[in-house]
Design a protein around this ligand. Sequence first.
Ligand code: GLU
Length: 464
Amino acid sequence: MSDLRVRFAPSPTGYLHIGGARTALFNYLLARKEQGTFILRIEDTDVERSTQESVDAILQAMDWLGLSYDEGPFYQTERFDLYKEKVQQLLAEGKAYKCYCTADELTTKREAAMANGDKPQYDGSCRELTPREDDAPYVIRFKSKRDGVTSFNDKIKGTISFNNQELDDMIIQRTDGTPTYNFVVVIDDAEMGLTLVLRGDDHVNNTPRQIQIYQALGYAVPEFAHVPMILGADKKRLSKRHGATSVMAYREMGYLPEALVNYLVRLGWSFGDEEIFSMDDLVEKFTLDNVGRSAGVFNPDKLLWLNEHYIKTGDPQQLGTLLEEYLQQLGFQVPADIDLAEVVKTLQDRSKTMVEMAEKAAFYVCDELEYDAKAQQKFLTAEQKPVFEALIGKLESREFNAEGVEAAFKEVLKETGLKFGKVGQPTRVALSGGTSAPGIFEVMLVLGRERTLKRLRAAIERIG
Ligand code: GLU
């Protein structure tokens, strides 16, 4: 075990999105690589916007991606006593103060500052005020440093410095008594012993404020690493306009978690020109040194390409189990005698997503075959009838295995003098309803003797 302690700290105000998943993945990989500790903390202090549904969705998505954590999930709403205690400590030490400015006053001040061309900061008017005795509503503000510089050495971006003048006295406790993000995040990161805070770079501007709070509370300041954001192809911040941004939407669309993990890690990290990484590879190879400073651009085609790769190379047994779920979503119940691993073997070279595979697998498992009208018209013709009858006869008299099926077919070709395609394609239509099914022998073996014969007979009946 190393001392590395990292965390993922999502706010449960929606599903787990692509950017959050990448942050979680980077933290997970570092922890696994260094044999450190990965903590999950649910930042639900914004009680109005946080929902249990979002918590569940985030946990489910992490589970799906295989991002297991060692401690947590912790919930900030269960830690309010601790935060209150720390507010009191800062008040007692004169490092925080009650601010009685009303919303209207603040708006007026902000507007005046902006009219003057100044930054709309809180002017600190309550900073040196003696606390009032009446029960006027107040917020509690942190007394931030007035001059000097707060800097930190970001492990991805290098040294970042802020003039303390730029930082006004931020609110650490709202009028209703609830604490704010920038305050509690410090207490939790410190109390949970984090050694590195790795998060999205939308938090860079919060970091100097947070560092001052670490210092005020007498905590050691952890290291920071801010990951560049993810953009769409148009170089604008990734949003729904660019396609699905929810991790679980990709599952629904038939993506494998291996593909998404592989894709996400490459959004910002590289290892030479390698593109394919299993989770084990990543645990071995991932370092912050190879995380770039520029934003990653989301490329759905590349994700699809990776998905195709993982489907092609996946274990048929495992993919078969998954395929069953996708078939059920399409409304199909898989008959007990259909071996889905065998189905997968016939389709994994021709499916980019599991949804596509399920669509292509439907003919194997359906009760009532649906025939493509054109295919039926072209291939289920009167002259086909004796051919199917001959094939049924041959199949009935042989063992139903690879050799038997092939031999039956060959005999029919020999007796009828027809070319393979002339028998193969109509048979494919009879067995699958269309012309694009996998190899005819494989199809027969997956369907099994009874189903194959039944479908050939049904085709004869259709021909009439
Ligand atoms: N809860 C914050 C968010 O979801 C992250 C806080 C952090 O990583 O420091 O944006």
